[in-house]
Design a protein around this ligand. Structure first.
Ligand SMILES: NC(=O)c1ccc[n+]([C@@H]2O[C@H](COP(=O)([O-])OP(=O)(O)OC[C@H]3O[C@@H](n4cnc5c(N)ncnc54)[C@H](OP(=O)(O)O)[C@@H]3O)[C@@H](O)[C@H]2O)c1
Length: 291
């Protein structure tokens, strides 16, 4: 049986631990050294689970369900202790940690995941807040047996989980949504549904046009009508919710802007493209982070 290790005691990490219990998957959690207080979660169906710090057995799969900006320090921290056979799984919003992970773990299998499942954390208590699908793809593929076992495990853990030959496609699809909804809701201090106002439509269209310019330069094909549909569908379906960037600004935490609009700006710059609207949002979020 594979030894699955979940790093941290965050909202998504705790949700994964609960999924392990529900799916009868053996797992341990690795928390920061000083933390010992137990952690609990209440699932949408009312079931509750409690967790303790794991014992530190060598993992076969190490999942990093962290904020994007926490990935680089975590890779540094674990690089020396993890056997080369261990599969490293990156699970976060945004893009930009993949090359870091490939370099930090030059011999390990590496998988990249993104999920639409949702959970909220308040102190030591997590609440499952939403079901959703997940997307996965290999950044470095292991041999056939490990590949099959790992994919089967993630299919149970994050069901329904769709595997992609090129994980960039679902990641960029999600980036298109996040780079509109996250900064705008944070800057204007509104729930996602606030973006249905006619006031925002011209700016949303410009942001998507700029996104398409960069995607085309990267030879990734998206239809503008699909992106517009996806963005307005997420806005409508999550109208009452506050985006993660809104919450990060509200609670004075660092945001993931460098891995969302910041990533897009970085790729744009590598092609000599200037993105006026994304640059303006990026600057405003940076300013709000510094308050
Ligand atoms: N929450 C959701 O509903 C949701 C849904 C979809 C996607 N996502 C994405 O999933 C990712 C994780 O989100 P989240 O909401 O679960 O964030 P979170 O609650 O902030 O969880 C991150 C956790 O990891 C811990 N951590 C960071 N580095 C660590 C290390 N080196 N060793 C041990 N623990 C470490 C953090 O501890 P400290 O607090 O001590 O730093 C924190 O408890 C983000 O990219 C987010 O955008 C979240």
């Amino acid at each position: 049986m594979l030894n699955l290790t979940i790093v941290g005691r965050g909202a998504i990490g705790t949700l994964l631990a609960a999924r392990c219990i529900e799916q009868n998957i053996a797992f341990q959690m690795w928390w920061r050294d000083a933390v010992t207080t137990p952690l609990s979660i209440t699932m949408k169906d009312g079931k509750q689970h409690q967790f303790q710090q794991g014992k530190g057995q060598a993992p076969d799969i190490l999942i990093l369900p962290l904020k994007a900006w926490q990935i680089a320090p975590a890779l540094d921290e674990f690089a020396e202790h993890i056997p080369t056979s261990c599969c490293i799984a990156l699970l976060h919003n945004g893009i930009g940690t993949e090359t870091l992970a490939l370099n930090a773990f030059p011999d390990n299998p590496l998988v990249r995941l993104t999920t639409n499942r949702a959970a909220k954390k308040q102190q030591d208590t997590v609440l499952e807040t939403g079901y959703g699908n997940s997307q996965a793809g290999w950044l470095r593929t292991p041999g056939d047996q490990v590949k099959q076992e790992t994919e089967a495990l993630f299919n149970r853990l994050l069901s329904p989980c769709e595997w992609h030959r090129d994980i960039r496609i679902p990641l960029w699809n999600k980036l298109a949504i996040n780079c509109v909804i996250n900064p705008l809701t944070a800057i204007h201090n509104i729930a996602n549904g606030g973006l249905q106002s006619p006031h925002y439509q011209q700016l949303i269209a410009q942001l998507l046009d700029e996104f398409l310019l960069v995607a085309q330069a990267e030879k990734l094909t998206f239809e503008k009508s699909d992106l517009e549909h996806n963005v307005s569908q997420v806005i409508a379906m999550t109208a009452e919710n506050y985006s993660s960037m809104h919450q990060d600004i509200h609670f004075k935490r660092p945001t993931e802007i460098d891995y969302i609009n910041g990533y897009l700006l970085q790729v744009a710059a590598s092609h000599g493209i200037t993105l006026t609207a994304h640059q303006a949002l990026y600057a405003q979020i940076r300013q709000l982070e510094s308050v």
